[in-house]
Design a protein around this ligand. Structure first.
Ligand code: GUN
Length: 293
């Protein structure tokens, strides 16, 4: 698995589990200070529609981590087919509740329009996922007072934690979702990061010729083992956002780790790479939401 390139030994693992846990220690202190200051814990409200097992697992994990660091959770699960108005009513209750600091609705929702309406219903000051148009707009115009979506924020933190330079480097992102690819592109091309960004998607032609030009490749396509060794240059940094199941039901990323890792300077594992960073950044955003108190 380990290769050499210009006298360097690689790959090195981008250990999101370790970095995420270090961040949680600092966040636990902030949650404790909030409790001392206000007499109550920070509170995160989570909502899910339907029984998608992956969404249910992610939500349980987010609640468990929150409670471990002193953030209270309340969760609502609605069945598929719930009218939009009922979900909006629940969100409106949370928007108006002084004891709810933060709201997160687990994606995906039954349709794109439904999802858009639900995200739009969340008070932007409690929108810890950063999916409300006000927060999307703030990210687009580099106004740092908004919430930045958790996965892109976590990827940037993970790269910074390993001192991987980004200014002037070519980052190729596969995937243009509003949860990962699009906001990550905005963050990376901002005047504080200064990367050169290419976003590819399912209609991109000659994908391999684009990815081969990448210094850093972020893959958020939702397709198991889409990226193979022939698609990357030696010494690349690879960030794998994928959470798929392979033929034998094992968790695997969008990158064929076995073949790609020997070419990489750094690579994220799946699991243990981006996932724990996303959860840590959600907790950071909850603490940020408490600053409105
Ligand atoms: N589904 C996949 N990733 C995310 C995320 O970061 N936030 C929410 N709310 N749903 C998701």
């Amino acid at each position: 698995m380990v290769g050499t390139f210009m006298n360097l030994t690689f790959p090195q693992i981008l250990d999101g589990q370790r970095i995420g846990e270090e961040m949680l220690v600092a966040l636990r202190d902030k949650a404790e200070s909030f409790l001392v200051r206000t007499g109550r814990k920070p509170k995160l409200a989570l909502l899910r529609i339907g029984e998608n097992p992956a969404s249910a697992l992610y939500m349980r994990r987010k609640c468990a981590v929150a409670e471990k660091i002193g953030i209270e959770c309340t969760a609502s699960v609605f069945p598929i087919g719930t009218p939009l108005e009922s979900v909006e009513e629940k969100i409106s209750q949370w928007n108006n509740s002084p004891s709810v600091d933060a709201i997160m609705v687990q994606a995906p929702l039954p349709s794109a329009e439904y999802q858009r309406s639900v995200f739009n219903a969340i008070d932007p000051k409690k929108d810890v996922d950063g999916f409300h148009p006000v927060n999307v707009g703030k990210l687009a115009c580099e106004d740092s007072s908004g919430f930045v979506p958790c996965t892109p924020k976590g990827i940037l933190r993970l790269l910074h934690a390993h001192d991987i330079p980004l200014a002037g480097r070519h980052v190729v992102i596969i995937g243009r979702s509003s949860i990962v690819g699009r906001p990550l592109g905005l963050l990376l091309q901002s005047r504080t990061v200064n990367a050169t960004v290419t976003i590819c998607h399912s209609r991109s032609q000659n994908l391999a010729s684009i990815t081969r030009a990448a210094d850093i490749l972020v893959v958020a396509a939702g397709r198991a083992k889409l990226v193979t060794a022939d698609m990357v240059k030696n010494g690349i940094v690879v960030v794998d956002v994928g959470q798929n199941r392979d033929e034998s039901g094992l968790l695997c990323g969008d990158v064929d780790f076995r073949s790609v890792a020997p070419r990489c300077m750094y690579i994220t594992p799946v699991p243990g790479g981006v996932g724990p960073m996303t959860v840590a950044m959600l907790m950071e955003n909850v603490i940020q939401a408490c600053e409105h108190e």
